[in-house]
Design a protein. Structure first.
Length: 401
């Protein structure tokens, strides 16, 4: 999926102007925000209630579809109301009704896929999930190349991607129902309340996590110009590439920590992994600083030359962000998500405040500086809670093993 995202980023940058590329990225960022808000942890709740509580899958599935239906009706009513209000439309050159319709459809398929995936994970249908991921990636790549016959029209480009992924989710639901051989669905309001309550425990943390990495594009979209969003969105691709390594490896931290015999071993293992990942990413960042000008020109074209200075700053923030990426996994393994939430919240406040001050003055570079400040503050507080909760000194962080 990461490779598909990179390919889509390259193709859309080559075929769309920086302004339209910015609006294209902004549209799907808004989709992600809405899905993060509406998805109150139904997927992990489905896993828990299916595997631990042994609740009938017909009830859990029925509850999930009822929840999705209510969410989409309320969202549709909100969009209808919003379409009649006099507001500053970021997509000024697009039809407001069409954009809102595409937005509703995109949220529908994303929310549906995320919610249903919990059942597939609960019953270990990993082959089907991997197959689905491959198909979805292929469709994303195809949708980006179909911008050519769409003559680089923004509305058509968004509509093609939404349409293709909508076909995917129809296939996804059909095969899901076939796998589980449902002949009917049941509904329990009490169990649905329990599902939402269970899932909501990590809901705030998910929203904070999303905003910590996506709020900058949203802020730029509403207080800066679309072309600046375009430059920033291209620069952010390099952040995603840098974050991919610690995200992937630190995810393995959770099961490994459970195999450690003592708290002291868990702490040492976490710090060892943190130092390895941080040094690796730091080396990549330093090398990237000297080659980003050439990479952006060669891959994305001269039109995105202004992305280079933004990317250099963002990669610094991404390197610092490795600290939080690793330590938040440790907190989860210890059921100490509170520390992650507090650290992320403080960093988010710093990032948002800095953005509103710096973006009007420095545009994309201002948002990049805000991301660096946010990463630094988040890392400081993550370290503070780590050392306080483990009662260890800071010396092991600076010791070469």
């Amino acid at each position: 999926m990461a490779i598909a995202t990179l390919i889509v980023g390259i193709v859309t940058a080559r075929l769309l102007t920086p302004e339209d590329r910015g609006l294209y990225a902004l549209f799907f960022t808004i989709v992600g925000l809405i899905v993060t808000i509406l998805h109150v942890g139904i997927s992990p709740a489905n896993i828990y209630y299916a595997n631990i509580k042994k609740v009938d899958l017909k009830i859990l599935t029925g509850n999930t579809f009822v929840y999705l239906l209510v969410c989409m009706i309320l969202l549709g009513l909100f969009f209808i109301f919003f379409s009649y209000t006099k507001n500053q439309n970021v997509f000024s050159n697009s039809n407001n009704i069409i954009i809102l319709f595409f937005l509703w459809i995109a949220v529908l398929y994303s929310l549906t896929e995320v919610s249903i995936s919990g059942f597939l994970l609960a019953k270990n249908y990993y082959n089907f999930l991997n197959k689905s991921l491959v198909i979805q990636s292929i469709l994303l790549i195809i949708s980006s190349f179909l911008i050519i016959p769409a003559k680089s029209n923004l509305d058509l480009s968004i509509g093609i991607r939404v349409g293709l992924i909508m076909l995917f989710i129809m296939w996804f639901i059909k095969n899901f129902l076939t796998l589980f051989n449902f002949n009917k669905f049941l509904f329990s309001f009490d169990i649905l309340k329990d599902q939402i309550y269970f899932g909501s425990k990590n809901w705030l943390q998910n929203i904070i996590g999303f905003l910590n990495v996506r709020s900058y594009i949203l802020i730029l979209g509403f207080i800066s110009s679309p072309d600046v969003v375009g430059y920033f969105s291209i620069a952010w691709i390099f952040v995603e590439l840098i974050r991919f390594l610690p995200d992937t490896i630190s995810t393995m931290l959770l099961p490994e920590l459970t195999n450690q015999d003592s708290k002291n071993q868990q702490v040492r293992f976490t710090l060892r992994l943190l130092k390895i990942l941080f040094c690796t990413v730091l080396i990549i960042t330093v090398i990237g600083y000297f080659v980003l000008d050439y990479l952006i020109y060669f891959i994305f074209g001269m039109a995105y030359a202004d992305s280079s200075s933004i990317a250099k700053l963002l990669t610094i923030g991404a390197a610092i962000g490795v600290i939080y990426q690793v330590l938040t996994r440790y907190y989860t393994s210890q059921s100490q998500q509170f520390y992650s939430i507090v650290s992320g919240s403080i960093g988010l406040v710093v990032g948002l405040t800095s953005s509103f001050i710096l973006v009007p003055l420095y545009g994309g570079e201002g948002a990049a500086f805000a991301y660096i400040f946010s990463s630094i503050i988040t890392a400081i507080f993550a370290f503070y809670f780590f050392f306080r909760s483990t009662k260890t000194s800071t010396k092991p962080v600076f010791t070469v093993e």
